[in-house]
Design a protein around this ligand. Structure first.
Ligand code: ATP
Ligand code: MG
Ligand code: MG
Length: 554
């Protein structure tokens, strides 16, 4: 039964174990570039790599692929570490590609000595022109046959800062006629006079991704280097570089590819997410509308729900778009189990219970979570004046309207049955108050015949004099289009939903007075909400994580 649930990457590992790999040979890594915050796509890669680590009891490194000083920052390193931990994983070793700059330089020198690399002094435009096309071979650089001595001297000069950016590059000498364009003498080093977030100004030449990644895997003795499908054509180069280095006593890493995961109604690309941040469309990388791990955390998502989502969609060989409603399903499913129930009214209508003694009040018993007996119960105050939702009252309605209407009855959750007798309207004809009577013998849980009486509707409510006010943030999708970045002639920013955030005042039962930042609740009949970090002693701020039902299904 377990065999059935193996994904194709796990099958590759299983086959390798049968073909002579020892269990101790297995080692994995998750290799983010610290040029942005992690997003829900990365969660798939994290769950895959750390999942393999757990399955085979093998180490998993967290490797920062930090070879581009122009875009990388320590802030991103810290955010990535926090997010991986929060998802519930722990890495074996924290590694940085930049720690290998010295080793990579030595290996590049060795390649030059073997006649496998050279310094090219053409401009990037000239180099690009000579690349050729997939059907026509490229042209060899006039510098391709420089002597080893001259190459070594120039390379050292590059390292020592004797040249300007763009003056020289180092290229691997492979095959300008290869059918794989990436094999046509790929660039290994470029000059960048930029400080690096870790190596500062130690280096002014920086290795390219292809020259760094496989070698880092080799240094760390990663057995299976898993990356997304766009790297499939890079595999030949990954192998070529390893061929130049691998010592037969060392393990040779394998690159294997899986499909990138996309989520509907959003973008999963750090570059595009950065654009949203910089343009001010969102408040930051952790804006609750962002598909980042930090945004989802702030929105109220649980690590379990994200892991379950990643497990459910699994690992694919072909790229596709997963509907965001599946992610919402998983958070709803988890919060249903763990979130305490409370009552809050977001669109208030005043109800006066005319036969309830003025000035008196009482405490009602309320179950915290019907899904979790251990969650216990709390007291909710009841009084003569309460709020219900505006949508829950109509003067007249047909038989299918199970909420409150004139002459009709409903049960107040945890409380009494009330009957609407009359209502008051403002000059524009809007109902501003409903006058009700209550049945004193109908109190929930009191055991009386009346308490067991069935009425069709049950409404949530709050007692007006006891209610606390809070800011409630209601979110809609950040993009109005399911695939905002898949339109040929349109920019993804054109599809930003201008109404994705609504801030309103809500009225909450007083038990929430002591709610702490990050706590998650079900506001009954309304959805799941969590306490936002913008909350202060004076004012709580809640985010709606998700509604109770998928209102988008229709
Ligand atoms: P982005 O385009 O968002 O910058 P990236 O692939 O350049 O993505 P990296 O920091 O290099 O970002 O990603 C770290 C790892 O996560 C890589 O192995 C990458 O292939 C994987 N990854 C990134 N995005 C996705 C995705 N949408 N689905 C699955 N895996 C992903
Ligand atoms: Mg990358
Ligand atoms: Mg990238």
């Amino acid at each position: 039964e377990e065999e059935k649930s193996l994904n194709f990457i796990e099958h590759i590992v299983e086959d390798d174990l049968k073909d002579g790999y020892a269990k101790d040979d297995l080692r994995f890594r998750f290799p983010p570039e610290p040029n942005g915050y992690l997003h829900i796509g990365h969660a798939s890669s994290i769950c895959l790599n750390f999942g393999l680590g757990l399955r085979y009891d093998a180490p998993v490194n967290l490797r920062f692929d930090d070879t581009n000083p122009a875009k990388e920052e320590s802030e991103y390193v810290e955010a990535i570490k926090k997010d991986v931990k929060w998802l519930g994983y722990s890495w074996d070793t924290e590694c940085y590609a930049s720690d290998y700059f010295g080793q990579l330089y030595e290996w590049a020198v060795a390649l030059i000595k073997k006649g496998k690399a050279y310094v090219d002094s053409q401009t990037s435009e000239e180099i690009a022109k000579q690349k050729g096309t997939p059907t026509e071979p490229g042209t060899e650089s006039p510098f391709r046959n420089r002597s080893v001595e001259e190459n070594l001297q120039l390379f050292e000069g590059m390292k020592n800062g004797n040249f300007k950016e763009g003056e020289h590059v180092v290229r691997a000498k492979i095959d300008m006629a290869s059918s794989n364009m990436l094999m046509r003498d790929p660039i290994m080093y470029r000059i960048l006079h930029k400080a690096h977030h870790r190596t500062n100004t130690d280096w002014c030449i920086y290795p390219m991704y292809d020259w760094t990644h496989g070698e880092s895997d080799y240094i760390e003795q990663v057995s299976h280097s898993l990356c997304t499908l766009e790297f499939l054509p890079h595999r030949e180069l990954y192998d070529w570089f390893l061929d130049q280095l691998v010592d037969s006593k060392m393990l040779r890493p394998k690159q294997r590819e899986f499909a990138r995961r996309n989520l509907s109604h959003t973008v999963v690309s750090k570059r595009k997410l950065l654009q949203l941040v910089e343009s001010g469309v969102v408040s930051g990388w952790d804006d609750p509308r962002m598909p980042t791990i930090s945004g989802l955390r702030r929105r109220g998502y649980t690590p379990e729900s994200i892991r379950n989502f990643a497990d459910t969609i699994g690992i694919a060989k072909r790229e596709n778009v997963v509907d965001v409603s599946l992610l919402e399903f998983h958070v709803r499913e988890h919060l249903n189990k763990i979130a305490p129930r409370v009552m809050a009214v977001l669109n208030p209508l005043k109800v006066v219970i005319t036969n309830y003694v003025e000035g008196s009040e009482e405490q009602l018993d309320a179950e915290n979570n019907p899904e979790d007996a251990a969650a216990g119960s709390r007291q909710v105050p009841f009084s003569r004046e309460i709020y219900i939702e505006k949508e829950d009252f109509r003067e007249e309605a047909n038989r299918k309207f199970f909420r409150l209407k004139l002459g009709g009855e409903v049960r107040l959750k945890n409380g009494y049955i009330i009957k609407a007798e009359s209502c008051t309207k403002d000059e524009d004809g809007n109902v501003v108050e409903v006058q009700c009577t209550f049945d004193p013998k109908s109190k929930s849980g009191s055991g009386t015949e009346e308490s067991l009486r069935k009425v069709k509707g049950t409404l949530h409510w709050v007692s007006i004099p006891h209610a606390i006010e809070a800011e409630i943030r209601l979110y809609d999708r950040l993009f109005s289009d399911p695939t905002p970045d898949a339109h040929k002639d349109r920019d993804f920013m054109d599809f930003v939903n201008a109404d994705s955030l609504k801030r309103i005042t809500g009225y909450l039962e007083p038990s929430l007075k002591s709610a702490q930042i990050g706590e998650r609740y079900q506001f009954q009949r309304l959805g799941y909400f969590n306490v936002d970090e913008d909350s202060t002693h004076e004012k709580l701020v809640f985010n709606r994580t998700v509604t109770l039902r998928d209102t988008w299904a229709k």
